[in-house]
Design a protein around this ligand. Structure first.
Ligand code: SF4
Length: 373
């Protein structure tokens, strides 16, 4: 018997209102539902629920301070137990929690009901007492970026929206302060699981649910062009980061295998389109690797490719845990690269990627146990 069977067997459904309702599947885990979806799912089970009651249920399970600000009146006992009987009881279990003593980053390892392992990282922000959560979108990743531990795992499966939202809630519930943001930059390529990630972002930013600002939610992509175009056309307000890492076609294809499917010119066209529709700077990420992508050829290629587009460049030091893998640039090499990039005239930020001693930094997530909870 696998864990999922066990989970469902432990759940003993009570007799439902009608025989017809029994034929309807369980209501999905509440963490993955918006209030109107919960109301719809319960109605399909023959459990009538008002809109305000559905909002209170969601707020109670997902909202940061929902109990105080939204759930003013408790739900009736009858409705609460009817919802419990009808709902899928799946949950995420915390398998491990590892704190980096150097910078306070905290890595969580979760186990889903089917045994799949995924990670999230609590990130301390500059403002004291404020944190962000880095969320995984998939178990493993199919993109195979050569400098990334997750890419070496291959793809196991997509995470469901409820698993991402639940991971956020579990990290938030243990945080010694406020969670003010979420970034989809953990395991997986978020745009390879587009619908579930966008749905999770909707829940996280919903006033009855996660209640964090849409602008404080960041979604990154390694450059899936059709999804970037779709995202642009749909006009989402979340922040988008597109990882370029190299502007020299042959080198990019070597570092990011997905570049074999979407040329750098296609990615540049999608970036240009996004900048024009969103009427703002597009954030481009660059994983800096010593002796690989810090040369004049990269600066020239980037300038000719996107010199006319309002960008913001985020430089992230590579974190390749492999022995003999890609190395970080020295301060001198990085500084020289940053100086030469000034020719683009765009904001340039070196992003800190912490938690390296606990394998929590960018590119290090591989669902490995590091330390006991
Ligand atoms: S860098 Fe991101 S997209 Fe590339 S393999 Fe790693 S998790 Fe996947």
């Amino acid at each position: 018997m696998n864990r999922r069977d066990d989970c469902y067997n432990r759940y003993v459904p009570q007799p439902s209102a009608t025989a017809a309702a029994d034929a309807v599947p369980l209501v999905p885990p509440v963490w993955g539902l918006l209030p109107e979806q919960l109301a719809h799912a319960l109605t399909a089970r023959g459990i009538p629920i008002r809109d305000d009651e559905a909002r209170r249920v969601i707020a109670h399970r997902v909202a940061i301070d929902g109990a105080r600000t939204i759930v003013r009146r408790p739900l009736s006992r009858a409705l609460t137990s009817a919802i419990a009987r009808a709902s899928d009881p799946s949950d995420l279990e915390i398998v491990e929690k590892a704190v980096d003593p150097h910078d306070g980053f905290v890595k969580y390892l979760f186990r889903s009901p089917d045994g799949a392992l995924s990670e999230a990282v609590r990130i301390p922000l500059e403002k004291p007492g404020c944190f962000s959560v880095c969320l995984s979108s998939q178990v493993g990743c199919a993109m195979g970026c050569v400098f990334c531990a997750t890419g070496r795992l291959g793809l196991d499966r997509n995470l469901r929206a409820w698993e991402m939202v639940r991971a956020f809630c579990r990290v938030r519930d243990e945080a010694p302060g406020r969670i003010t943001g979420a970034v989809f930059m953990g395991q997986g390529e978020p745009f390879h699981n587009y619908d579930e990630v966008i749905h999770a972002a909707r829940i996280l930013s919903h006033p009855c649910a996660g209640r964090i600002s849409a602008q404080a939610i960041t979604i990154s992509t390694v450059g899936l062009v059709p999804q970037i175009r779709r995202y642009t056309a749909e006009g989402h307000r979340y922040r988008l980061i597109i990882s370029l890492t190299s502007a020299v076609p042959a080198r990019r294809a070597q570092l990011l295998p997905i570049a074999g499917r979407f040329t750098i010119e296609d990615v540049a066209a999608a970036i240009r389109e996004h900048a024009s529709r969103a009427k703002g700077r597009v954030t481009v990420a660059w994983v800096v690797m010593s002796g690989v992508n810090t040369g004049d050829d990269e600066v020239d290629a980037l300038r000719s490719l996107l010199g006319d587009v309002p960008l913001r460049l985020n430089l992230i030091d590579v974190n390749d845990p492999r022995e003999g893998g890609y190395r970080r640039a020295s301060d001198e090499e990085r500084k020289g690269f940053m100086n030469r990039l000034q020719v683009l005239g765009v904001p340039l930020v070196r992003r800190y990627s912490g938690g390296a001693s606990r394998h929590a930094a960018c590119g290090m997530l591989a669902a490995e146990r590091i330390a006991p909870v």
